[in-house]
Design a protein around this ligand. Structure first.
Ligand code: SF4
Length: 411
């Protein structure tokens, strides 16, 4: 039976509640022994403060690290591999992690710049993976994710944080995030979800997780999550030594049955933990104490985009472009409508059966998949594109971006 400690937690109670949660599991000394080398993996996917709901609070990580040191750990390494193209060390510094590291007992590490160990595996989709050596060498691995909705995987909690979030930039780009560029999976393979859903399980099942401590002080949901989206004051923390159970409880709080979240169900099917809420002992507060109106970023909706924009949706395997594009369009709805120019935005690459408007209009190809179809018009590169500025610039409205960012619009 899985056991999950679930506690209400205000932003000023983090240290006290982390202690209480781990005590409810039997105390940190159940997991950390004298002279252990501990690796803590937060979620610092980008340089956004934890109060945005995108990243793990450094206070939570410091609380866990101090408990490990008090239990006799030799050293705690806070290790991160931020989103593709983002300098992990810079992101951690921007998020305040430099203030919790002392350079001796608690040190920061950019996993992207460390050594990787190649492992041949018999995964659902991956046959070989690269795991950071420091994670293979660690005596104890503590995963400290955030509680967030996710466009492509419904939720991102612990299992996903310790899969994509430990991969090199090259693996993120070529094995995990170019899903729409590959041929669609067979019907049989699709029963286990998308390529990403299965790759997450392939990587996570080949790594150790001693404990998961979830930062649910602020969650993130809605269009653009897990990077943009809307913050939600979930005011909770969770802890467990069962990585599937804690993701199952977190999914429930985010409005999903974990059996419908492919990467969690795949992990359960592989025997990595308990998914059935009836077989998980929840200690502390009750799941029913946490009720939120979650705007599912997974259901990428075109409601709320400017009325002069027509989206030609050619996505089959992947919704990442659709998510970031609808986020930018809805954010600038009024300004783009004022331009009064009909615009087609192409996303994905399966356009064969799409009926296109025949009037004169601007054509924008958003993302590398759509880029393979360019025949005139603007192109916003990326997989998915990461620059809001580039998208706005491509429709000839850079001033919208500049005003939004408080930049000088005359330049
Ligand atoms: S370009 Fe966009 S739709 Fe294509 S694989 Fe990348 S993120 Fe997915």
């Amino acid at each position: 039976m899985g056991k999950v400690a679930l506690l209400k937690c205000k932003p000023n109670q983090i240290k006290e509640k982390v202690h209480k949660a781990l005590d409810l599991l039997g105390g940190i000394s159940e997991y950390v022994k004298k002279d252990d080398m501990v690796v803590i993996k937060p979620n610092v996917l980008c340089a956004q403060d934890h109060e945005t709901g995108a990243t793990t609070s450094p206070v939570l990580v410091k609380s866990v690290a101090d408990m490990c040191l008090n239990a006799g750990a030799e050293k705690v390494i806070v290790a991160e591999s931020s989103n593709w193209g983002i300098d992990s060390m810079e992101a951690m510094k921007e998020c305040g992690y430099d203030k919790i590291a002392d350079g001796e007992k608690i040190v920061l590490m950019d996993l992207k710049k460390g050594e990787f160990v190649k492992k041949d595996i018999d995964g659902l989709v991956l046959k070989s993976i690269n795991i950071p050596k420091v994670l293979c060498d660690a005596d104890v691995v503590i995963n400290c994710p955030v509680l967030k909705a996710h466009t492509m995987t419904k939720v991102t909690i612990g299992i996903k944080n310790l899969s994509v979030g430990i991969s090199s930039d090259e693996d993120k780009q070529h094995s995990l995030h170019r899903i729409g560029l590959y041929p669609p999976l067979s019907d049989e393979m699709e029963k286990n979800g998308s390529w990403l859903d299965q790759a997450i399980c392939d990587i996570n099942s080949n790594t150790n997780t001693t404990l998961t401590v979830v930062d649910g002080i602020y969650g993130l949901h809605g269009k653009g999550a897990p990077l943009f989206g809307d913050k939600i004051n979930t005011n909770l923390i969770m802890a467990s030594d069962d990585r599937v159970s804690i993701d199952s409880v977190g999914s429930k709080i985010l409005g999903h049955d974990a059996m419908e979240v492919h990467h969690i169900r795949n992990s359960y099917n592989r025997g990595m933990g308990e998914i059935d809420l009836d077989k998980i002992e929840v200690v502390g507060d009750k799941i029913s104490d946490f009720k939120f109106d979650i705007n599912q970023s997974y259901n990428t909706s075109l409601n709320g985009i400017p009325s002069n924009v027509t989206v030609i949706n050619g996505c089959k395997n992947c919704k990442a472009c659709l998510s970031t594009m609808t986020y930018v369009l809805s954010r600038h709805k009024d300004e783009i409508e004022k331009m009064n120019i009909p615009i087609n935005v192409y996303v994905g690459k399966y356009f064969e059966d799409k009926k296109l408007p025949s009037d004169r209009r601007m054509h924008i190809y958003y993302g590398n998949c759509a880029g393979s179809h360019i025949y005139g018009g603007g192109f916003v590169p990326g997989c998915p594109p990461r620059s809001r500025r580039q998208f706005i610039q491509s429709i000839g409205a850079l001033d919208i971006y500049k005003q939004d960012e408080g930049l000088d619009t005359d330049r």
